[in-house]
Design a protein around this ligand. Structure first.
Ligand SMILES: [Ca+2]
Ligand SMILES: [Ca+2]
Ligand SMILES: [Ca+2]
Ligand SMILES: [Zn+2]
Length: 341
């Protein structure tokens, strides 16, 4: 169950006692489900085919084994892609509509395929956070309905910088929403904004934003689809990046051997690879659940313009608080190895 039942019970009791109109507690809205078709998480990672090409958004038999029927959850029952954690708007195609309680089998050449991808992967990322305990034993993280827009605007990184709560996915090269790792990366920014409003105002905090979003993209897709066996797990956006990289295709990696400060170049995505490697090392040492829990819990304490150094100290403190001295020393070592501590 993605929800903590106790929250709904508390809310219902409060309503009964006060007689006020019910305001559903976050994540406690009625939930409906419907089948739909997605990539899980992207065709290059699923099929191990580095020669797959966009071909102007054409579908072909090569993609066939990558299409998976899944169940969308937390829908509002209206038959549209509107639910507890995301509502999808497209400027490039008709809104997806369920037929007899299920979304048709759209493929990548249909705009509705990307709309479904956006809904499924944002909701899955929120379920990952809840499975770690956020919204249960731990504080809720980003348990709000965000807007996900699909728009011709933008190339391959089309996030509205002045609207960090929401997501816009562009159509440059491979449509961004055909790659779950791009969707979850953008949701990572929404998560950080949900934890610290306006997070990421300068080079170092902005780099942490990119790094965490890359990390989240990898861990959520591995959680939902299994650890990849045909591509490197550390490779982010294996499919979106076919348009602009040589094989093996990765937008970025979370296991680069960069070091602070000499590898800083003043660009948030590139410099983020120093931070994401530290997160990656923490995960390899402590396991996915403990690493992600402490990494995300620490982020509540980050200043909007945090330095790498201060954020590293907060993350060590979260490890100490949640898992004790051994975990704290592991986290300290990971940040020390990157030059942050
Ligand atoms: Ca498409
Ligand atoms: Ca793209
Ligand atoms: Ca990947
Ligand atoms: Zn980003």
């Amino acid at each position: 169950m993605p929800f903590a039942p106790s929250r709904a019970i508390v809310a219902a009791t409060a309503v009964a006692m006060t007689g006020l109109l019910a305001i559903p507690a976050s994540g406690a809205t009625p939930s409906s489900t419907a089948e739909a078709t997605v990539f899980l998480p992207n065709p290059v990672q699923q099929l191990g085919l580095q020669n797959l090409a966009d071909n102007k958004d054409a579908d072909s038999a090569a993609f066939g084994p990558a299409y998976r029927r899944v169940v969308l959850s937390d829908l509002d029952g209206s038959g549209t892609l509107t639910g507890a954690y995301v509502t999808v708007k497209s400027k490039t195609g008709k809104p997806a509509a369920a037929v007899n309680g299920a979304f048709p089998v759209w493929h990548r050449d249909a705009d509705q395929f990307e709309q479904v991808m956006g809904y499924y992967w944002v909701t899955t990322a929120q379920h990952y956070l809840q499975h770690l305990g956020f919204g249960g034993a731990l504080r809720p993280v980003n348990q709000r309905q965000i807007q996900l827009r699909i728009d011709q605007f933008g190339g391959d990184n089309s996030f509205f910088r002045d609207d960090k709560a929401n997501i816009t996915l562009g159509k440059g090269g491979v449509d961004d929403a055909e790659d779950a790792e791009v969707i979850v990366h953008e949701y990572g920014h929404s998560v950080q904004d949900g934890q610290v409003a306006g997070f990421g105002t300068n080079l170092e905090s902005g780099s942490i934003g990119e790094a965490f979003s890359d990390y989240l993209a990898v861990v959520v897709t591995s959680w939902a689809a299994g650890t990849p066996t045909l591509t490197d797990e550390a490779c982010v956006a294996d499919w979106d990046s076919v348009s602009y990289t040589l094989a093996p295709h990765c937008l970025r990696r979370v296991d680069e051997n960069k070091h602070y400060p000499e590898d800083v170049i003043g660009e948030v995505h590139a410099d983020g690879e120093i931070w994401s490697r530290a997160l990656w090392d923490i995960r390899n040492a402590l396991g996915d659940t403990r690493a992600s829990t402490l990494i995300i819990d620490a982020q509540f304490d980050f200043a909007v313009d945090t330095s790498f150094h201060d954020a590293a100290l907060h993350t060590v403190a979260a490890a100490q608080r949640l898992y004790g001295a051994g975990a704290a020393s592991t986290v300290q070592a990971a940040f020390h190895a990157r030059g942050f501590l």
